[in-house]
Design a protein around this ligand. Structure first.
Ligand SMILES: Cc1cc2nc3c(=O)[nH]c(=O)nc-3n(C[C@H](O)[C@H](O)[C@H](O)COP(=O)(O)OP(=O)(O)OC[C@H]3O[C@@H](n4cnc5c(N)ncnc54)[C@H](O)[C@@H]3O)c2cc1C
Length: 484
């Protein structure tokens, strides 16, 4: 059977695309593990909606400023202009954002936004509630435990994908393939991402010669509780600082004002680097303090953070929490045009965090990524319907045999850990040119080892990140170079 659509990934981008594809189309959505093992599920802060059409130029300006004007201005305009209809469409289909006492949408503000334009659901559980809603609205088949390990791709045309589903090889042919597989979190030692997010498909793109863009632009979230044993570290949302939480040293000194005029509300990369620098200079532990909050208001506004931290032993808002920056978001990705089509290919789209639409430039403005997933998934679906590009037939005769891969091999664990440490140390918040060059050499060494398919793809993605970081000679946005 040939599907009309194969969607790789069941986060906000993949599920929203699926929701918008008519029921009479044959659609297969696949994801690793369970559907809720994705970054969307963990998003806390919220999603941007331009307040009204007059707010669009200001939202565009804020996004461009955060991205240090490395963004694609057309993509940013598209994002902002479509934000109103994208959010209103969810509301019209029954999604409930939090509202104030008057029953109006409760907008909040986050760092580097010049006005309150962020909507949230169940306080700090926006991603989880959105994800559940999109799953419920999905009229198509969602298949779990399916790891895509290759694209069926020849001469610039995508015919579907090769995956391991429930441990068995499976080949899925499709007229349209939509990559919605998210970012790269698991290649870093400390990260906030779901464990399913490891840049596999970006690695496949490297192998196939499909262009990636802005891969050096990695965002590090400044306020993460990393003192736990879990691979995914607990994030403390930006909205906390937006609403009064303070970053301070061991002695309670709020040092961010010494780094940026906007102190707690400075852009993420500025705050991450300030914490990194202050800790390096003083050796002090860094804390997030909630002393400006009333307990009842805090519990109502941030119920999940309150509960999660309580379980670990912190009584918020009375106790402060030790924090560190950690890898959070990949601004770069698979290069797409304004229709979300993967550049230079046919039948292939990329949406959400996996894609580089150019909306984020050198740094992402808070809460723009859920929005990007919503807006560009619709654009991809609309465009694919117009193109109606049907060239795939089953057994259409790919020239190459579909190879068999071993997913994991014996020595993978040690190399995977070494890779994660290397990325954190040499390709992290502050980068030194020679360290990047050395890291590339180390990755090339790993690539010569007998590794499993998944690790091989991660290594290719890591290589692409480092290569882009080496090519970018100046510090800009999230890419910060230090002279040794
Ligand atoms: C802790 C946290 C908090 C955040 N808070 C916010 C916020 O408040 N506002 C905001 O705008 N953004 C936030 N973000 C960012 C935002 O959540 C993500 O950028 C966004 O959810 C990405 O959506 P996506 O659909 O592109 O990918 P994801 O939601 O990550 O989904 C990726 C999907 O791809 C699947 N997949 C991956 N690889 C494969 C493969 N090889 N084969 C098959 N399937 C595969 C996964 O299983 C998963 O289903 C946050 C991120 C994190 C981690």
């Amino acid at each position: 059977m040939v599907y009309d659509y194969l969607i790789i990934g069941a986060g906000i981008a993949g599920l929203n695309a699926a929701r918008l594809i008519p029921e009479d189309k044959k659609v297969l959505v696949v994801c690793k593990k369970t559907p809720w093992e994705c970054n969307t599920f963990w998003a806390q802060g919220g999603v941007v909606r331009a307040r009204n059409i007059e707010d669009v130029p200001l939202h565009v300006k804020d996004t461009l400023e955060a991205g240090v004007y490395l963004n694609d201005p057309e993509a940013v305009k598209t994002l902002s202009e479509h934000s109103i209809e994208a959010i209103d469409d969810l509301i019209d289909h029954g999604f409930e954002f939090d509202r104030n006492a008057k029953g109006e949408l409760a907008y909040t503000k986050e760092a580097a936004h010049s006005t309150s334009r962020i909507l949230h659901a169940d306080g700090d559980a926006t991603g989880r509630i959105l994800h559940m809603f999109l799953l419920q609205q999905c009229p198509h088949e969602v298949v779990v435990d399916s790891i895509v390990i290759d694209l069926l791709y020849e001469d610039g045309i995508c015919y579907g994908a090769h995956m391991i589903a429930n441990g068995k090889d499976k080949v899925v042919y499709a007229h349209n393939t939509i990559i919605a597989s998210g970012g790269v979190g698991s290649i870093y030692r400390y990260h906030t991402n779901s464990t399913t997010i490891a840049g596999d498909i970006q690695g496949i793109c490297v192998e196939k010669g499909i262009a990636l863009k802005d891969m050096e632009m990695m965002q590090f979230h400044p306020t993460v509780f990393i003192e736990s044993n879990n691979a995914r570290k607990q994030l403390l949302t930006e909205a906390l600082r937006g609403e009064g939480a303070i970053i301070e040293d061991e002695d309670g000194y709020p040092f961010l004002k010494d780094y940026h005029k906007d102190a707690e509300l400075a852009p993420r990369d500025v705050v991450s680097r300030a914490i990194f620098d202050y800790h390096r200079k003083t050796g002090s532990k860094i804390y997030l303090s909630f002393k400006t909050f009333d307990k009842k208001i805090f519990q109502k506004r941030f119920p999940n953070i309150y509960k999660d931290l309580k379980e670990i032993g912190y009584d918020l808002p009375f106790e402060r929490v030790p924090i560190s920056p950690a890898f959070h978001y990949s601004m770069g990705g698979i290069e797409v045009d304004l229709n979300s089509k993967v550049k230079g290919t046919k039948n292939l789209y990329a949406i959400g965090e996996a894609a580089c639409t150019g909306v984020h430039g050198a740094n992402r403005l808070a809460s723009n990524s859920l929005l990007e997933g919503l807006v560009f998934s619709k654009i991809a679906v609309d465009h694919s319907m117009l193109e109606n590009f049907k060239i795939v037939k089953q057994n259409y005769g790919l020239k190459d045999e579909i190879p068999h891969y071993e997913l994991l091999k014996k020595g993978d664990k040690a190399i995977k850990n070494a890779l994660r440490t290397l990325m954190w140390r040499s390709v992290g918040i502050v980068r030194v040119r020679q360290d990047l060059i050395d890291a590339l050499e180390e990755i090339d060494g790993f690539l010569k080892e007998d590794v499993g398919r998944l690790l091989y793809l991660r290594l290719l993605t890591a290589r692409a990140i480092i290569q882009s970081a080496i090519e970018r000679k100046e510090s800009v946005g999230a890419h910060f170079l230090k002279q040794k």
